[in-house]
Design a protein around this ligand. Structure first.
Ligand code: GLN
Length: 194
């Protein structure tokens, strides 16, 4: 299983380590050609405006959309989730727009820039996942066919449609590899519903 991490800005090294520990052969993706042969791609947290603008400049918006249409899985975390959304409240920043959902950036305000909380995730066995939220967005609503896998105090925190996964927190910052393993299983095509 070859999986990539979008290597533009943000938590690249942490995701690369997590994917490796979850059993993938990891590729860092800086240019469209790096996407060849990948079964999955993680889009890390960071600053979604910066990542989106550079993705456009490097031709990666089109290239990622094309590979997803060919069956590549994607997991966007935090800024990565924002980049997957069709609708970003109050912003016209560049985005992939592959998931029908509305997100609000920095939705927790300055008082709660970062925090951690246990989250129960549908489909993940065992104890809850530790959700690390850093200037996190909230997923305010999802369109038809988008499945809600986890909530944090009522707010949607993890969603899935087919092989596309998006979460508002940072699974790469804990030692728990269950979400990365779950993503690799999706990417392997074991469960490609939708
Ligand atoms: N606040 C960032 C944004 O809006 C996301 C934060 C993160 O990825 N940790 O792009």
């Amino acid at each position: 299983m070859r999986a990539g991490v979008l290597d533009i800005q943000g938590d690249v090294a942490e995701h690369a380590r997590a994917l490796g520990e979850a059993g993938a052969e990891v590729v860092r993706v800086k240019r469209p050609r790096d996407l060849e042969g990948l079964q999955g791609l993680v889009i890390p947290g960071g600053e979604s405006t910066t990542i989106g603008l550079l993705m456009e400049e490097y031709g990666l918006m089109e290239a990622v959309r094309r590979r997803v249409a060919e069956g590549m899985a994607v997991f966007g975390t935090c800024a990565g989730a924002i980049l997957l959304a069709t609708d970003i409240v109050g912003s016209d920043q560049p985005r992939l727009g592959l998931l029908d959902m509305r997100v609000r950036r920095n939705a927790y305000g300055r008082q709660r820039e970062s925090f951690e909380e246990e989250i129960a995730v549908a489909g993940i066995e065992g104890p809850p996942v530790r959700g690390v939220f850093i200037r996190a967005p909230v997923i305010e609503s999802v369109g038809p066919g988008v499945e809600v896998l986890a909530r944090h105090r009522g707010a949607i925190a993890l969603v899935r449609k087919g092989r596309i996964l998006a979460g508002t927190f940072h699974p790469e910052l804990t030692g728990d590899r269950r979400l990365h393993a779950h993503f690799l299983a999706l990417a392997a095509g074991g469960d490609a519903a939708g």
